[in-house]
Design a protein around this ligand. Structure first.
Ligand SMILES: Nc1ncnc2c1ncn2[C@@H]1O[C@H](COP(=O)(O)OP(=O)(O)OP(=O)(O)O)[C@@H](O)[C@H]1O
Ligand SMILES: [Mg+2]
Length: 261
């Protein structure tokens, strides 16, 4: 599956909260463009609309206004045509406890209607790439949290989707495991040429993702669009600080609005 370019224009999402009957503006107005094959990180304070953005990207929610186009099509308008084109990894591994690792990876491939031989071939290949050859027949309860998340990542890559989405997929793991998995994820995403978007609260992780960082303020206002490549690795400490300050003040830090010298 070829990588997908994403265009977001005038995107707005307002939720009516059932208990209070009040409107919550999750996304006020968002405009951005992601090139095919780009690896993008999204950072922003809790409740600023990051997961809502993903829900609209995968067609689970409709925008209140504006639109998202993935490869020219709106996911919520062409839900069926997007089957198998977007792969997701969430904080919870969402594995089925009654299926082994390999059968969990096979599940979305079954839903896509792939033949059994191809399903198993792909599942074994990706479980192998994630270092789980010896655990393909293990059930989720027999695996550690990090291993279960590896299965979830294998399941995402086995789809061979043009777009990979990860919502705080590594943050709950210990630091060493998180870094390892994140690096594997990035390497594989680059290797497959997919477009990838990672939501994270870890600035180090956002910088490691590589190409771009979107810093979001309240109601998903785009405070800064950072091209990581323009920063020398020796300046990453300053970059982290500038992003931190942007998040705290809800205003783009000067260093993020101009090119570093
Ligand atoms: N289905 C829903 N119904 C009502 N309000 C919602 C719904 N989904 C999200 N919201 C509200 O929209 C806002 C944005 O939520 P969202 O989950 O997108 O935040 P987030 O940036 O992912 O936060 P976190 O970093 O904590 O995961 C919040 O105020 C939330 O309460
Ligand atoms: Mg969220």
């Amino acid at each position: 599956m070829s990588a997908a370019a994403i265009d977001v224009s005038g995107l707005r999402k307002v939720f009516r909260q059932t208990t209070t009957q009040q409107d919550v503006v999750a996304i006020d107005r968002l405009d951005l463009h992601i090139k095919a094959g780009e690896l993008v990180a999204i950072v922003g304070q809790t409740g600023c609309g990051k997961s809502t953005f993903f829900d609209i990207l995968i067609g689970l929610e409709q925008p209140t206004d504006g639109e998202i186009r993935i490869g020219g099509e709106t996911p919520y308008g062409a839900f069926n045509r997007f089957r198998g084109r977007i792969a997701t990894v969430f904080q919870q591994d969402r594995l089925l406890p009654w299926r082994t690792a390999v059968d969990n990876v096979c599940l979305p491939l079954e839903m896509l209607g792939l033949q059994e031989t191809e399903r198993r071939e792909r599942a074994m290949k990706w479980l192998g790439r994630l270092g789980l050859e010896r655990f393909v027949h293990a059930y989720p309860h027999e695996l550690s949290g990090g291993m279960r998340q590896r299965v979830a990542i294998a399941r995402a890559f086995a789809l061979q989707a043009g777009l990979l989405l990860a919502d705080e997929a590594f943050g709950h793991l210990d630091e060493v495991t998180a870094r390892e998995l994140r690096d594997t994820f990035i390497t594989l995403a680059r290797e497959t040429g997919s477009t990838a978007i990672l939501i994270t609260h870890q600035l180090e992780e956002a910088i490691a993702v590589g190409d771009r960082i979107f810093v979001l303020g309240k109601s998903a206002r785009l405070l800064a669009d950072v091209s990581v490549g323009q920063w020398d690795p020796s300046e990453y400490g300053q970059l982290r600080e500038a992003i931190q300050q942007t998040l705290q003040t809800n205003q783009a830090h000067l260093r993020l609005t101009t090119q570093p010298d």
